[in-house]
Ligand binder design. Structure first.
Ligand code: GLY
Ligand code: MN
Ligand code: MN
Length: 499
């Protein structure tokens, strides 16, 4: 099957004649369309409440949140579309919806806003787009929603995207217009030009725009009830994906390139149960576990090794889990592997116990890294004369970072590293509040050629990562059903593999 791009039309090597007779023949005799949407989306009321928060923060200003467009992978082939996170959050649209759409919060005189979704509605069947447009046409990519469909599904006003730029820029000299700039660079450039043409000053654009992107990023920090439910589903799907990998471990060992076998096995689960993986899976056997973002996954998996797997399913609403388990390939930890594993487990326990309202986000790392430092000290790995307190000193110590260079936690949600535009005060230094979801993921990494590491530890890398919801009086480990301690993990492997 092929699809004809503009360049190819110019090259004329695959062009086909379309006569008026042929066009008419293709366009006629179709039964009436069935609606693609029959009810309001479950996310709609939550998205409306999120928009209300945004509306209250920016009275009498026009707020523009694009979904983004399709991105070419090679000539006439696009990447799978994923909407910008701010757009997904404020519309409730997930999966691959809706390329080129733009949410505009149109200011009203009373200080509130009308939500308008500008998008490319389904073309009629008497249009050329219907059969001849490979990027958007119904023959090629299926039926898209109509204006009525979107209004029913989302409970907001929908309009054809053709009118967008004029509507956004018409009074840009008088009304502050803010755009989420990185969602759709081409549209942003057009809106910039139109805003300046209509009276906005060039200098004002980026700064006022950044305030909008920052607000939406920070607003996502405490999850609503719908989001928490989505996170539970993402974790459940991830749990199933891990069990599929454990079941596939013997094949991974036998067939070669076992890391890829595990990655593919998880990907199958992720694609089947959700939208896909929330980030590239890390399937790292043996010494590869000591490369923190090992996503090449080209290695073999051998009995006697550990395999560190960091993977998460993104469900259709785009919320993702982010979970790591470090598994003994043959089902049993060696003494040295268990020694390292137990240290990381103790650090993670301390981190999880620090997740409670009133504590700061940074307290979780502080609790976990203290346990890591204590173990490194007890093993005699810190420099001569350096105590646990010395290494924990932020200005002069930090020797432990040779073996755990990353932080312990990040916020999690629509993005795997969620709320990324929040400031240090809003993130690292902020108090934990009910509804926040964060990871707790300490690790220890002893490279095979690390001459400061005891020989028995060389080539062992361990991380344990869970997804934790802050509650009124503490936290709930959303991934608690996935075995974690060394004994539980051994029993898990045995049970799944029916050994
Ligand atoms: N999977 C990336 C992370 O754990 O942050
Ligand atoms: Mn992870
Ligand atoms: Mn993580």
């Amino acid at each position: 099957m092929d699809r004809v791009s503009e360049e190819q039309k110019q090259a004329d090597n695959r062009a086909r004649a379309t006569t008026d007779e042929l066009r008419a023949f293709i366009q006629e005799d179709w039964a009436p369309r069935r609606p693609t949407v029959t009810e309001r989306a479950p996310s709609a009321e939550y998205a409306a409440a999120r928009r209300a928060v945004l509306s209250a923060a920016f009275p009498r200003q026009r707020l523009v949140v694009p979904a983004g467009g399709l991105k070419v992978r090679s000539n006439d082939t696009d990447y799978v579309f994923r909407p910008h996170t701010a757009f997904a959050y404020l519309t409730g649209l997930g999966a691959d919806r809706e390329p080129d759409a733009v949410l505009v919060l149109e200011p009203l005189d009373d200080g509130g806003h009308e939500a308008v979704l500008w998008f490319r509605p389904l073309a009629d069947r008497d249009s050329d787009e219907f059969f001849a447009d490979a990027r958007y046409g119904e023959f090629w990519v299926g039926a898209r929603p109509t204006i009525d469909d979107v209004e029913l599904e989302l409970g907001l006003t929908a309009r054809h995207v053709d009118g967008l730029v004029d509507a956004v820029a018409k009074d840009a000299g008088e009304v502050t217009v803010r755009v989420v700039r990185d969602a759709d660079l081409e549209l942003t450039a057009r809106l910039d030009a139109a805003r300046v043409e209509n009276g906005a000053t060039e200098e004002s654009l980026a700064e006022s725009d950044d305030a909008l992107a920052h607000f939406v990023s920070h607003a996502r920090m405490c999850k609503d009830e719908f989001e928490v439910e989505q996170m539970r589903e993402a974790v459940a799907a991830t749990h199933a994906g891990f069990e599929a990998m454990i079941a596939a471990m013997p094949e991974a060992v036998e067939g070669g390139r076992g890391e890829r076998w595990l990655e593919g096995t998880f990907g199958l689960s992720a694609r089947h149960r959700g939208n896909g993986v929330g980030y590239d899976s890390i399937c790292a056997a043996g010494d590869h576990a000591n490369t923190l973002h090992w996503i090449k996954n080209t290695g073999d998996v051998h009995e006697g090794e550990l395999v560190l797997i960091d993977a998460g399913v993104e469900v259709d609403s785009l919320y993702t889990a982010d979970i790591t388990r470090t598994l003994p390939v043959d089902g049993t930890f060696t003494d040295a592997q268990r020694e390292v594993y137990d240290a990381v487990y103790a650090a993670q326990q301390a981190g999880i116990e620090a997740v409670k309202p009133g504590n700061r986000f940074s307290d979780v790392h502080a609790a976990a890294i203290r346990v890591i430092a204590e173990h490194l000290h007890a093993w005699g790995l810190l420099p001569e004369g350096v105590s646990v307190e010395d290494t924990l000193d932020k200005e002069h110590g930090q020797y432990h970072r040779r073996w755990m260079v990353h932080g312990t936690s990040h916020h999690l949600g629509l993005d795997v590293h969620d709320c990324a535009l929040a400031t240090r005060e809003e993130y690292m230094d902020a108090e934990l509040r009910p509804g926040m979801v964060l990871t707790v993921e300490p690790g220890l990494y002893f490279k095979a050629d690390d001459l400061k590491a005891p020989e028995r530890f060389r080539g062992i890398g361990v991380r344990i990562e869970d997804d934790v919801l802050v509650t009124e009086d503490g936290c709930e480990n959303l991934s608690a059903a996935m075995p974690r301690s060394a004994d539980e993990v051994e029993a898990w492997v045995a049970r799944v593999q029916q050994r």
